[in-house]
Design a binder for this molecule. Structure first.
Ligand code: SAM
Length: 263
């Protein structure tokens, strides 16, 4: 893959970094982000709640005994990163990060600072090429695919217009029983007007964007044992870190998440 950073074109990772209050974004990203904020004024809340789900789902998988993690659509480093959560629970956790943004690649060194007992590495790759990711020597160097892996695709799949069921199936085929899949992705089920308007801003800028229904997200987990409470908005999954839970808050966040275990 080409490693050049195109500065005349916004990128999803840098727009997200802007929403989270980061500094790793360019003028072109900030202009797009401000336009998205007009369409969906609560998207910063969505980004924050999504990130909190990453923390909880990673902790959950680590506490369930997972020692190997594959985080696809990693994003620009934002502390705590996934390996820091996983290695807090299990210091020997091995973590492979994957992203298709050259800027994330440029920051990869910062991601590879795992504890002495663990290991982290980075693949500049695309989720639409599961076989390429699974056979990459960086992955096979620290992940043993005959043992369970926790695969995270958090705030990634709404940037992928390809057939997600097929992508998920390819990963699941390669994973050992006892592996987990954690997903969080944007839906227009709760606030169709604002979310579709935001999707349009991405698409006009030639960034792939695709909202999904609850049934679509559930269909990706049919081969898995769904962890309670199933497919829900991320602030309703696991330990509740927000006090405000109402249909209005579901609309603010406008995401579905789920965690499933391969039997
Ligand atoms: C919104 S960020 C999410 C970051 C992190 N997972 C989180 O939840 O905080 C989405 C990330 O997915 C990456 N991405 C988008 N499309 C991708 C693809 N087809 N393959 C791999 N990564 C992709 C972007 O570069 C970006 O870093």
């Amino acid at each position: 893959m080409d490693g050049a950073i195109p500065l005349d074109q916004p990128h999803t990772s840098r727009i997200y970094d802007y929403f989270l209050g980061g500094k790793d974004n360019y003028e072109v990203d900030r202009v797009a982000a401000e336009e998205i904020l007009v369409a969906w004024p609560d998207i910063r809340t969505a980004a924050r709640v999504n990130r909190q789900f990453m923390h909880r789902s990673t902790r959950f998988m680590a506490e369930a005994g997972i020692r190997q993690f594959l985080d696809i659509g990693t994003g620009i480093p934002t502390e705590p990163n996934l390996h820091q959560i996983a290695q807090e629970a299990t210091p020997d956790a091995h973590v492979v990060y994957v992203d298709n943004d050259p800027l994330v690649l440029a920051h990869a060194r910062a991601l590879m600072t795992g504890g002495a007992l663990g290991a982290t590495t980075y693949i500049h790759g695309d989720v639409t090429d599961p076989k390429g990711i699974l056979s990459d020597p960086e992955l096979t160097g620290i992940i043993d695919l005959s043992r369970p892996v926790g695969v995270s695709m958090i705030a990634l799949l709404h940037f992928v217009e390809a057939d997600i069921a097929e992508i998920v199936a390819t990963f699941l085929d390669a994973l050992a029983p006892g592996s987990y899949l954690a997903i969080c992705t944007i839906t227009a089920d709760f606030a169709p007007e604002q979310v579709v308007a935001a999707q349009d801003v991405y698409r006009v800028r030639r960034l792939p964007a695709q909202v999904r229904t609850r049934d679509e997200v559930a269909s990706w987990f049919t081969r898995l044992d769904l962890v309670e409470p199933g497919v829900v908005p991320p602030h309703r999954w696991g330990l509740i870190e927000t006090t405000e839970i109402s249909p209005a808050y579901d609309a603010k966040v406008s995401c579905y998440c789920a965690v499933g275990r391969k039997p």
